[in-house]
Design a protein around this ligand. Structure first.
Ligand SMILES: Nc1ncnc2c1ncn2[C@@H]1O[C@H](COP(=O)(O)OP(=O)(O)OP(=O)(O)O)[C@@H](O)[C@H]1O
Ligand SMILES: [Mg+2]
Length: 263
């Protein structure tokens, strides 16, 4: 994939007075990792689903390699795109099938499933399940197991790595992950930089510092664009949100002196 051009794209949901995405234009180049950031409801997921061809814009055009998405064979285009959505589904199948789902070509290629799981920090966790990759992830069946929220999120992220897709979209892939898993997941995402296009949506702004370009949405409009350093120096909305979040980590921690001994 050489370029993705988003040209004055809008989307107005039925029964809504204002556009969820309002005249957004941006260009993503081969090998770039870009981030969409902004407050809840600012239009990030809506924009990402249009880029993924899962929703049709009500205005504007999206072009892949110069060709409008309407001119592409939809299935051929979608085969080059992997999307990890914000809402994920727990399928009543095995761990392996939960990763391979939606990618019938992979079927039972265990090596690829395990490699994808490893990149999403799910491999060891799955191996610790009673039947490893063959464990049924539905407690309503005999022998079935359920997972924690963060464990499900790792499985979901693994789906995104299964194909080495030309475009990978990850919408809030780490909201339930512990710090170590989150760090490893973003390392795996960074490994794509330079060969595949990645669109990353996250509220944890420390994770977008390495993005080639960060796009800030506000009420459906694209209000800032640049690298982390550009945007921080610009002192705008991104700088405000980043500084607010960073302040939470900078607070000096005073450890309580040991005042009691147990037993
Ligand atoms: N299916 C839908 N039908 C109607 N309105 C919707 C629908 N999905 C989203 N919206 C509205 O569109 C706007 C943008 O939503 P969107 O999900 O794109 O925001 P977001 O930036 O991804 O937010 P978040 O950070 O909470 O995930 C919001 O006002 C939302 O209420
Ligand atoms: Mg969203």
């Amino acid at each position: 994939m050489r370029t993705i051009v988003v040209d004055a794209v809008s989307l107005r949901y039925p029964d809504r007075d204002t556009a969820a995405v309002d005249q957004v234009s941006l260009t993503i180049e081969a090998g770039q990792t870009v981030a969409f950031v902004g407050e809840n409801g600012s239009g990030k997921s809506t924009l990402a689903t249009m880029i993924a061809t899962l929703r049709t814009p009500t205005g504007g055009t999206i072009r892949y390699n110069g060709r409008p998405t309407d001119d592409w064979d939809t299935d051929a285009l979608r085969a080059r795109i992997a999307v990890v959505t914000q809402e994920y589904h727990k399928w009543p199948f095995t761990a392996a099938t939960n990763i391979a789902i939606g990618d019938l070509d992979v079927g039972c290629e265990q090596d690829r499933i395990e490699a994808a799981a490893a990149r999403a920090v799910a491999h060891n966790m799955i191996n610790e399940l009673p039947h490893g990759y063959d464990t049924l992830l539905d407690r309503t069946f005999a022998g079935g197991q359920d997972l924690s929220g963060g464990q499900w999120q790792r499985i979901t992220a693994a789906r995104g790595f299964l194909r080495d897709a030309d475009l990978l979209i990850m919408d809030e892939p780490s909201s339930a992950l512990d710090p170590r898993a989150e760090d490893a997941l973003f390392q795996a995402i960074r490994d794509r930089q330079g060969h595949g296009i990645t669109i990353l949506i996250t509220h944890r702004l420390a994770n977008v510092r390495h993005a080639d370009r960060i796009y800030v949405l506000h009420r459906g409009r694209l209000v800032e664009a640049g690298t982390h350093d550009d945007l921080l120096a610009g002192g705008g909305r991104y700088a405000e949100l980043f500084t607010l979040q960073a302040a939470g980590y900078a607070t000096p921690v005073s450890l309580p002196r040991q005042t009691a001994t147990l037993g």
